[in-house]
Design a protein. Structure first.
Lengths: 133, 298
């Protein structure tokens, strides 16, 4: 039994994650209310993700649940960036932060999975807060 | 070129070349330094001027500092400690704020660190005792020589660390404890349902191994704890810290029993209940990939 290899990978990612979470400070707050009529149309797709083929499935997953992703606050610090509204924002635009940020990716994967399991937005928010809050 | 004009040009050039550089770029005897450390959301900053011993044997490199007197562990304006949240120093509560730092220097025994709310004070004017001050007994030990007065945090844990001031071979230490954002203890009534023996199955076992092990959950010292059998070399016995309903993250202990590292968001345990009792759990990483599952055994 040795979970060192798993933790070594986790630790490597975590260093990035902590750095990202602490930049800038003060990213905690209430989850946003999903905007009426929000769609996944701005979520990055296809050729724009050529450098990150492993992320195609995640971006596709977020694109299909815009109302849920728009009700989740991202904890990586991007909430302080201009134009940010929700976790959905992390997946939008040519410079989508979720292309490189392990916190955005982790929260996104958790959200997509729990939504697929039939969890409500309230339940997903609790799980996201438990891991990333 | 007329001689008088050439002379004037040379004079002007000399003035330019010999003129002192901008004040901000001057070399100072005790350059300004800062230490900033985040611990679980608490920001600890020390701003201080850093005298060098330069072979001087006297206290803090100045004949103005004497045993039994109060001195700032720095130079020029007093060393400043800034906290964005309340902490304890050697067990003494220190409210969030900005303080000038002073020490009562003793040739024998512990020193006393004095934190004064008036933080902008020149080093030659130590403050009188006042009700706003915080006084902390501060052990002093001998350490390998450093030439420059240094504030550092050589030890860190999940909820604290050691703040050290060193001059020459003299090191004064303050144990810092911050307000944890996670509570590692759990009421017994909340913990008991999880206690038991589980069969753990790794999804990607190491080559040549079955990936099967026992996972023991127990309650000890007001804390829900767990360990694998066979023992995991890194995790040993760890705290299961509740971060959500049926959701836990491991807190890894150091050799003294203090939680050294919390593995959130890198390792999350989520229990699933049947008829109110936790019967299975999953372990997932930061990327939400399933690492393993546990099933309660009778």
């Amino acid at each position: 039994m040795n979970r060192r290899s798993f933790l070594a990978v986790a630790g490597f990612v975590s260093a990035d994650a902590v750095f990202a979470r602490r930049r800038p400070v003060g990213s905690t707050g209430a989850h946003p209310t999903p905007r009426k009529g929000i769609t996944g149309a701005k979520v990055l797709m296809g050729a724009k993700l050529a450098k990150w083929p492993d992320l195609l499935k995640l971006f596709d997953g977020i694109r299909t649940i815009p109302e849920t992703a728009d009700g989740i606050r991202c904890s990586c610090g991007c909430a302080e960036l201009p134009g940010y509204y929700s976790l959905l924002s992390c997946f939008e635009g040519d410079d989508a932060m979720a292309m490189i940020c392990p916190i955005c990716q982790g929260a996104g994967k958790l959200t997509v999975r729990l939504h697929g399991e039939g969890r409500s937005l309230a339940e997903i928010r609790i799980a996201v807060d438990a891991q990333f809050g | 070129m007329p001689r008088c004009f050439r002379s004037a040009v040379l004079t002007a050039l000399s003035v330019l070349l010999l003129a002192p550089v901008d004040g901000a770029a001057q070399i100072r005897a005790s350059e300004l330094g800062t230490l900033t450390q985040m611990i679980d959301g608490t920001k600890i900053s020390v701003t201080y001027s850093r005298p060098r011993t330069r072979g001087r044997k006297v206290l803090f490199g100045t004949s103005a500092a004497h045993w039994g007197e109060v001195w700032t562990p720095g130079a020029n304006f007093a060393t400043v400690l800034e906290l964005n949240k309340e902490v304890t120093l050697n067990g003494i509560p220190v409210p969030k704020g900005k303080y000038s730092v002073w020490m009562v220097l003793r040739e024998q025994g512990d020193w006393t660190t004095i934190l004064d709310p008036n933080w902008r004070i020149y080093h030659m004017n130590p403050p009188d005792s006042n009700a706003g001050q915080v006084r902390v007994r501060t052990p002093v030990t001998e350490a390998p020589f450093v030439d420059v007065l240094t504030w550092s945090m050589p030890e860190l844990s999940a909820n604290g660390g050691t703040l050290a001031m060193q001059w020459g071979t003299t090191r004064a230490t303050l144990k810092v404890t911050v307000q944890p954002t996670l509570e590692s203890t759990l009421p017994e009534a909340d913990a008991r349902p999880y206690v038991g023996r589980y069969e753990y199955r790794e999804l990607k076992p190491a080559p040549g191994t079955s990936g099967l092990s026992a996972f023991i959950v127990f309650y000890d010292n007001r804390t829900l704890k767990a360990r694998w059998e066979p023992n995991d070399a890194y995790m040993q016995t760890f705290a299961l810290i509740r971060v959500g309903p049926d959701i836990f993250t491991p807190g890894i202990y150091d050799k003294t029993g203090v939680i050294y590292e919390v593995l959130r968001p890198d390792m999350m345990f989520t229990f699933r209940r049947e008829t109110g009792k936790p019967v299975t759990f999953s372990v997932r990483g930061l990327d939400d990939e399933l690492e393993g599952t546990g099933t309660r055994k009778p």
